[in-house]
Design a protein around this ligand. Sequence first.
Ligand SMILES: [Zn+2]
Length: 355
Amino acid sequence: MSFRAKNLRHQAFSAAFAAIAATRADRWGRGLAQGAGVILTLHHVRPQRQGGFAPNGLLEITPEFLDRTLMLIRAEGYDLVSLDQAVARLASPRKGRFFVALTFDDGYRDNVEHAWPVLASHGAPWTLFVTTGFADRTARLWWLELEESIRALRQIALTLPDGPFAARAGSDNEKQRAFESLYWRLRKHPEAILLSAISDLAGQAGVDAAALVERECLPWETLRALSGAPGVSIGAHTLTHPMLAKHDAAFAQMEMADGKARLEAELGMPIRHFAYPVGDPSSAGPREFALAAEAGFTSAVTTRPGHLFPEHAAHLHALPRVSLNGLHQSEAAVRALLSGLPFWLWNRGRRVNGR
Ligand SMILES: [Zn+2]
């Protein structure tokens, strides 16, 4: 996630969605921007909660919106495919057939409780990218710790290596501003600084990091049951969910290879696909793309926004995805996302970005 950049991007996308809907560009623009297919990124799927302070709301859609999205995909005649099939379709595209692959990051309980029944009702295959440390209850949902801490506190005060951070957090607006400025300030630091600062804040707020992981993330028992189910694939998402590019190569290599090996041992099946945690250019770059290939993954997905074109068959470890985003739960947004036009415009017509 990158909130400031993403907020600007969201504003640009909102305007683009409206323009695309008004001009029916989702239809005439298809040949240009749609490509062979798209991989959608989802995180939480659960019923709408209380409004107000929800800084991670972009990572959450409702089961109803997922249902409407899958209905639209089916109504447009698009193919819902697994990641294995998506990779195969890049190598040998089917003229006139557009595919959509669904991926869910991190391994949340609500994916099984709220998303799976909807997916199953549409016969939609899906891939769940699992961070083994969440199933072990040892890794940290630091962005959620930050949210819960700011929710609980009325004043934020921290000492950081580059000086103090202080902000009021009385109202929802103040909490939102505090979250965004602290989030971005911390993202500039090495990950150890980010994690220790958020631990400090969680301590002040009485937020129990391990309890959040227990509340939100699937246990091994459920993952084992899920891994044999029809239409379900499990992919790797590291051991502890680090921003890999911020660490040395040996650590990044270990997180990727050991995450894969651990899943294979726990689930008793080969793990072929990988998702880079956070997945933006500051978290996954050319070094990580090479490491993913070296670790033996068939494909690896980023969060760089974009559709898939036949050229991506030569860049299978740097695949773009499109977020089915909680801030844009409308039919106009889905039509625009599936047209590819917002990303084609965002990437200025460049179809493959390997840097
Ligand atoms: Zn993740």
